[in-house]
Design a protein around this ligand. Structure first.
Ligand code: ADP
Ligand code: MG
Length: 347
């Protein structure tokens, strides 16, 4: 493009809250054939709310989960053998929220806010540790508390099995369910306390944005550190094919996942490639990664076009080629249209 065309594109972008980092990017965006969305904060509002607190009877390894199966935040069922040290909702929530008060993760904020709304007094955690893509560990009242996913617990030698039924039920509702466990001081005898779940809402325009991209023959994908069940529930809500979802991707692996997509090694791309001369000749895909978090920075840098959305962190914005000032997934479509010139005719 001529310098004048670049200036026009850049300024139309700026007026629409779409910031291109230079003329190169403005040129490239129109050639994107795959858009990979991060889930949390990108397709969803990223404003979680605490929805469920389910205490588990730490003593029972099977059957104990039935008490939770029929009612999220209901009282603990008294129908199984009473344990000597039965755990109640407040115990679970107080431990989880105290540990999470050291974290800035949206999942953590929702747990803390939920506890405060319920009038629970929190303790300042000590020795707080954030385990990216897994959860947190912190010392609360002299005991180590873990809040996070299955991997976090397994790595601490705590078996998540007694909670699995509860987890799966909450996940199939599209919620992010997290395990809460406690390791008493001076022991390595970790004990599962319960499960807490946060729900997020899908952004209003996410479905429209996905549909508009698909109309342009752009393949839409989702990548997330969240679990498969939750991810697929969100994918379904926005119109992304569940086959195009990669869940449980660790922060450091997001960039490799983008590489895989761009090299066309994923099966659904291979299928598409057979009828598509360009991807055959190019040997892969030109992917735009859209993300909001610190986690996403390496993936943004690896993608053909990296796009940071909305309230994105400074790190994400720095790694990105395009920054969308608003929180609106439709601006992804705008960025491509500004690049190919179709938006100029309208504005
Ligand atoms: P996303 O890719 O959706 O932004 P992350 O990579 O930040 O998600 O986290 C992946 C998963 O790790 C979460 O779904 C959750 O199970 C767990 N996790 C991460 N941070 C926390 C936290 N502060 N508390 C509890 N669980 C967490
Ligand atoms: Mg994220």
């Amino acid at each position: 493009a001529t310098p004048a065309a670049t200036m026009v594109g850049t300024s139309i972008g700026a007026k629409n809250g779409v910031l291109f980092k230079g003329g190169d990017v403005l040129e490239r965006a129109k050639d994107v054939d795959t858009v990979v969305f991060d889930k949390t904060g990108t397709l969803t509002e990223g404003e979680m709310e605490l929805t469920d607190v389910v205490p588990l009877d730490g003593r029972s390894t099977d059957g104990g989960t039935e008490t939770a199966a029929d009612g999220g935040t209901q009282a603990i069922g008294g129908d199984t053998e009473p344990a000597t040290d039965e755990i109640d909702e407040e115990t679970v929530l107080r431990a989880a929220a105290s540990a999470e008060s050291g974290s800035e993760h949206p999942l953590a904020q929702a747990i803390v806010d939920g506890a405060e709304e319920r009038g629970i007094d929190l303790v300042d955690p000590e020795g707080f540790e954030n385990v990216p893509g897994q959860g947190v560990r912190a010392t609360v009242d002299g005991e180590e508390v873990l809040v996070g996913n299955r991997t976090l617990l397994r790595e601490a030698d705590i078996d998540p099995a007694p909670a699995v039924e509860t987890l799966e039920r909450l996940e199939s509702e599209g919620k992010t369910a997290m395990l809460v466990a406690r390791v008493p001081a001076g022991t390595s005898d970790g004990r599962l306390l319960g499960v807490v779940a946060d729900a997020d809402t899908v952004k209003e325009s996410a479905k429209e944005a996905v549909a508009a991209l698909q109309d342009r023959d752009v393949t839409t994908r989702m990548i997330t550190g969240d679990n498969e069940r939750t991810a697929e529930a969100v994918a379904e809500a926005v119109g992304i094919d569940p086959d195009n979802v990669r869940a449980g991707v660790l922060p450091e692996d997001k960039s490799d996942a983008i590489d895989d997509i761009q090299q066309g090694v994923l099966s659904s791309d291979a299928r598409q490639g057979s009828g598509d001369e360009r991807s055959e000749s190019a040997g892969g895909r030109r992917a735009m990664m859209v993300g909001d978090g610190v986690n996403d920075a390496p993936a943004l840098a690896t993608a053909y076009v990296g796009t940071a959305i909305g309230s994105g962190t400074d790190v994400a914005i720095e790694a990105a080629d395009v920054t969308l000032m608003r929180d609106d997934p439709l601006d992804v479509v705008k960025a491509i249209r500004i690049s190919d010139g179709t938006l100029r005719k309208i504005k």
